[in-house]
Design a binder for this molecule. Structure first.
Ligand code: PNS
Length: 166
């Protein structure tokens, strides 16, 4: 039985993420979607909120589960009997993702499977979605409907708080 992890911040989960999760679930027996914290990013949702939203969206696939993780991804893999890290790859991700894949393989031998991002989502990232939403743009095309609503509501409440400061 092959178990793969789809790790990420998922802040918020986009159609591009869900496409990679679904395709991974067609290749391996079980998929663990692991919600981590990218220390270099300013989060919109808490890890628990992101995991809850992902669990709702992934409920349609019987071999996909969602969990939180902290610390090194390779240690999470070892503790959860996971032999493959599965990641979507956009052209702009290549250098950094290759470096992480090589570091992870060096650390414990766990390998990384790169799935080319579906062309219709190749330009979508959670960071850009957060930026567009924060500046009042429409992000409904890039996110599942429930996630888009929650993203726009969260951004509105953040912006209302900021309005008091400026
Ligand atoms: O969606 P993101 O922000 O690209 O996700 C990045 C994440 C959380 C998957 C990545 O930062 C990660 O793997 N963090 C765990 C810490 C770790 O193992 N660091 C060493 C990577 S070689």
């Amino acid at each position: 039985m092959t178990r793969a992890v789809c790790p990420g911040s998922f802040d918020p989960v986009t159609h591009g993420h869900l496409d990679v999760i679904e395709r991974t679930a067609q290749i391996v027996d079980q998929v663990v979607v692991a919600v981590g914290t990218n220390i270099s990013k300013n989060a919109l949702f808490t890890p628990a909120e992101r995991a809850e939203m992902l669990a709702e969206e992934c409920a349609q696939w019987s071999n996909v589960e969602v969990t939180l993780f902290r610390g090194l991804l390779v240690e999470f893999c070892a503790a959860n009997d996971i032999s493959v890290i599965s990641k979507g790859l956009r052209a702009t991700d290549f250098g950094y993702e290759l470096q992480m894949a090589q570091m992870n393989r060096q650390l414990t031998g766990v390998d990384t499977l790169f799935l080319p991002t579906a062309p219709q989502w190749a330009f979508v990232s959670s960071s850009l979605v957060r930026e567009v939403a924060a500046l009042g743009g429409d992000v409904t095309a890039f996110l599942p409907a429930r996630i888009a609503q929650r993203t726009m509501a969260r951004v509105a409440s953040r912006n209302a708080g900021l309005a008091d400061d400026v």
